[in-house]
Design a protein around this ligand. Structure first.
Ligand code: FAD
Length: 386
C-alpha cells in the first residue's frame, strides 16, 4: 500500500468503506452503457459527503476544503469516479459567496440534503472556447424575467441536475469595454424549463461523464435568480475556480495512487521469462518515477489547500496543483497500461477505463496550456500571449 495521507483520516476511511460497495464491475457496466451512477451518487448524498462544504447553518457539514479534497481523492483512489457529482460539492460556492440571503435560504438547505441537485455549470460555448469573454449567450431583462438565448457546450450533468449556474451576457460589448465585463450569473431552475426554452442533448465522449450541450431559446429566468450584481458574473465565476482546480487535482492524485497500486501489484504477480516482470528496471522505473511525481504533486495540492484555508492568495498554487496532479495521473496511467501489456487494454482490468478518465484533466476544467500561460504571465512576469 502507498503511504496514506494523514489528513482527515476518519473521513478517508469512511469514504473508502462506502466506495468498497461500488467495485470495478459497477463502474465498468456504467461506462459501457454511458449511464449515470445514480446508486453511487445516492449513497454519497445519503452519507452527507456531497454537503461537506456547505455551512452548518444551511444544513451542511461546514467542513474545510481539505475535507472535500480528501473525499474526492478517496473516491478516485478506490477506482471510482466523482466526475458524476463533484460539482454538487463546489458549484454551490458561487451561490454561497455571491448569492443574497434569500437565495441562500431558498436553495442551500435543499442542496445540502440532496433534494435539490446543483451540478450543472454552464460557461463553455462552442464558438468561444477558453475565451470566456467572447461568449454569446445573452440574458435580456424584460419585466421581471431575463430572456435567455444561446448555446452552451460541455455542460456536464445537466440531465442529472435541478439547477444550473449559468454565465450569460447581460450587457453587449461596446467600444473600449472589457470583454469580461457585462457578464452575469443566473441560477436557472431546469426542473420546469425543459421543453419551454431549454433543450439538453447528451454528448457521447471518450469516457462516461454525462456531459451535454444545452440550447436556450427564449428561456425565461426570473430576475430574482440573478446572483450578485449584474455585469460582475465573470469575477464571481473566477472566484470559484481555485477551489474547483484544487478539488479536481485531488481527484487526479487519487487516480494516480490507484493506477500506481494496480501497476505495482501486477508487476509483482505477472511472470514472464520465468520471473516477475517487476524485477526488470524497465518496468520498475516508470512506476517509481510516476510515484515520485505523484508525491510532488500531492505536496502542491496540500500547499494550495493550506493557502486556501488560510485565506492567502493562491492562484498560482491552485493552478500548479491542477497542472502537476493531472500530469501525475496521466503519467501513472501510461505506466500502468504499459506494465499490464495487452491486459492494459482489456476492459475487465479497469486500467483502460482509468486511462481514458484521467486524460480529460489535461483539457478540463482548464487546459494545460492555459495554466502555463497563467504562470508565464502572472507569476513570471512575461508578456501576455493571447
Ligand atoms: C468532458 C468534459 C466536461 C466538461 N464540463 C464542463 C462543464 O461542466 N461546464 C463548462 O462550462 N465547461 C465544461 N467543459 C469545458 C472545458 O472547460 C473546456 O473544454 C476547456 O476549458 C477547453 O476549452 P475548449 O474545449 O473550448 O478548447 P479551446 O479553447 O478551443 O482550446 C483548444 C486547444 O487550444 C489550446 N489553446 C487555446 N488558446 C490558447 C492559447 N492562447 N495559447 C495556447 N494554447 C491555447 C487549449 O489549451 C486547447 O488545448 C468540459 C469539457 C469536457 C471535455
Amino acid at each position: 500500500m502507498l503511504e496514506v495521507d494523514t489528513d482527515h483520516t476518519e473521513i478517508r476511511e469512511a469514504v473508502a468503506k462506502l466506495c468498497a460497495r461500488f467495485p470495478g464491475d459497477y463502474w465498468r457496466k456504467l461506462d459501457r452503457d454511458m449511464a449515470y451512477p445514480s446508486e453511487f451518487v445516492g449513497a454519497l448524498t445519503d452519507a452527507g459527503w456531497l454537503a461537506a462544504l456547505i455551512p452548518e447553518e444551511y444544513g451542511g457539514a461546514g467542513l474545510p476544503l481539505s475535507a472535500g479534497a480528501a473525499i474526492l481523492e478517496e473516491i478516485h483512489r478506490s477506482g471510482g469516479n466523482a466526475g458524476a457529482c463533484h460539482a454538487q460539492m463546489y458549484t454551490m460556492g458561487t451561490l454561497l459567496r455571491h448569492g443574497s440571503e434569500a437565495q441562500k435560504a431558498a436553495y442551500l438547505p435543499g442542496i445540502a440534503d440532496g433534494s435539490l441537485r446543483l451540478q450543472a455549470f454552464g460557461v463553455t460555448e462552442p464558438t468561444s472556447g477558453t475565451d470566456t469573454g467572447a461568449l454569446k449567450t445573452t440574458a435580456v431583462l424584460k419585466g421581471s424575467d431575463y430572456i435567455v438565448n444561446g448555446q452552451k457546450i460541455w455542460t456536464s450533468r445537466a440531465e442529472h441536475s435541478d439547477l444550473m449556474i449559468l454565465l450569460a451576457r447581460t450587457t453587449p460589448v461596446t467600444e473600449g469595454m472589457k470583454k469580461t465585463s457585462g457578464l452575469s450569473v443566473l441560477l436557472v431552475d431546469m426542473r420546469d424549463a425543459v421543453g419551454k426554452g431549454l433543450t439538453i442533448r447528451p454528448i457521447r465522449t471518450m469516457m462516461n461523464h454525462a456531459t451535454t450541450e444545452v440550447f436556450f431559446d427564449d428561456l425565461r429566468v426570473p430576475a430574482a435568480n440573478l446572483i450578485g450584481e449584474e455585469g460582475k458574473g465573470f469575477r464571481y465565476i473566477l472566484s470559484g475556480m481555485n477551489a474547483e482546480r484544487i478539488l479536481i487535482a485531488a481527484e487526479c492524485i487519487g487516480d494516480a495512487k490507484w493506477l500506481i497500486e494496480m501497476a505495482v501489484s501486477y508487476a509483482k504477480d505477472r511472470t514472464v521469462f520465468g520471473r516477475a516482470i517487476g524485477q526488470n528496471q524497465g518496468i520498475q522505473f516508470p512506476i517509481a518515477r510516476a510515484y515520485a511525481n505523484m508525491r510532488a504533486a500531492e505536496l502542491m495540492v496540500r500547499e494550495a489547500l493550506r493557502r486556501y484555508e488560510a485565506g492567502e492568495n493562491l492562484g498560482a498554487e491552485a493552478n500548479m496543483a491542477k497542472l502537476l496532479a493531472a500530469d501525475a495521473s496521466n503519467e501513472a496511467a501510461n505506466a500502468c497500461v504499459q506494465t499490464h501489456g495487452g491486459f492494459g487494454f482489456a476492459e475487465e482490468y479497469d486500467v483502460e477505463r482509468k486511462f481514458r478518465e484521467t486524460r480529460l484533466y489535461q483539457v478540463a476544467p482548464i487546459s494545460t496550456n492555459l495554466i502555463l500561460s497563467y504562470l508565464a504571465e502572472h507569476v513570471l512576469g512575461m508578456p501576455r500571449s493571447y
